[in-house]
Design a protein around this ligand. Structure first.
Ligand code: PA5
Length: 303
């Protein structure tokens, strides 16, 4: 096989990002996460395609699934039901059934681990069983501590605009996950970027408008094993330059041995921060009315 493509949107795409980061560090097979309707030309008979939609009714993912079918691509579907489950059953496409009844973004384990298992069975990546076990143990052991730390950061972020900077490529998705969780759970605006790239452009944006900049709090996500040693220095020098332009910054470091555990350590911590901030703001972290309304109005428009 030439490549692996995982297509999905929002909370259903993040599982693909985990797989992409792991395989980026481990194998030579390219992995792409596709968040759009029509699949790109690189997707063909030598692609393994995963169509991932928690509800099974997301129009972009359905369109991507259909374009994969037209091209004769080997497809696996991850969903809890909906049209995608029906189509997979009708087309004889392997279906990985996810338990229903949770917000898609909370099903992160269900949307990532099965992909790793399938890819391992296809001989495209190694067996991650030990890493999965380690992650599970780490999450159980550290949850209370992270909860306390998240509560402090959540309270602190109450009147701030969080900007999350990942300090290695494999943590890029973790920063984006923080942003999305802050958007969807806490209903606040947030932004993420990845160093070193960010320090070649975005760094110039701090300064105006002044009333916004003074409210910005930078959260640096650091993983000693994957970050280039110059990237931490770069971050430290950058925040020195930003003194007086932003409200402050803090660095959080990964925990654990395997990359999977390390990525999850900061991603789960971010999830907790978003829920703590939601609590502080008095909003329901489970509901996403604006996204639902948008999907509703789009479904009434011709496809
Ligand atoms: O977190 C969410 O609920 C959203 O980001 C959804 O995941 C996104 O809208 C896609 O829907 P689904 O996961 O059902 O395909």
């Amino acid at each position: 096989m030439d490549n692996v493509v995982i297509t999905g949107m929002g909370g259903s795409a993040i599982g693909g990002e985990i797989v992409k980061s792991l395989l980026l560090a481990d194998t030579s097979i390219p992995v792409m996460v596709w968040r759009d309707y029509r699949l790109p030309p690189m997707v063909g008979r030598r692609t393994v395609l995963f169509a991932s939609s928690y509800s099974g009714n997301t129009e972009e993912t359905i369109a991507a699934y259909l374009s994969g079918r037209e091209r004769g691509v080997q497809i696996f579907v991850l969903t809890s039901g909906g049209r995608l489950a029906e189509m997979a059953a009708g087309d004889g496409v392997p279906l990985i059934k996810i338990p229903s009844g949770m917000p898609p973004r909370a099903a992160i384990g269900f949307m990532s681990i099965p992909i790793l298992v399938v890819l391992n069975k296809l001989g495209l990546c190694h067996n991650y069983e030990d890493d999965i076990m380690e992650t599970e143990i780490l999450l159980k052991e550290r949850m209370n501590f992270w909860r306390r730390r998240a509560s402090a950061l959540g309270n602190f972020l109450f009147k701030q605009i969080p900007i999350i900077y990942s300090m290695s490529r494999v943590l890029d998705w973790v920063g984006y996950r923080w942003q999305c969780q802050l958007n969807e759970n806490a209903k606040v605006i947030a932004h993420h970027g990845c160093l070193p790239e960010q320090s070649h452009n975005e760094v110039m944006g701090f300064g105006a408008p002044d009333f916004i900049n003074k409210r910005i709090f930078i959260i640096g996500l650091f993983d000693k094993k994957s970050a280039h040693h110059r990237t931490l220095i770069r971050f430290q020098e950058m925040v020195k330059l930003l003194r007086g332009y932003i409200a402050g910054f803090r660095i959080y470091e990964t925990e654990g041995k395997s990359l999977l555990a390390r990525m999850f350590s900061l991603s789960v911590f971010g999830d907790l921060v978003s829920v703590m901030l939601a609590k502080q703001r008095g909003v329901d972290p489970l509901t996403i009315p604006r996204i639902d309304e948008l999907k509703g109005s789009l479904s009434r428009r011709k496809m």
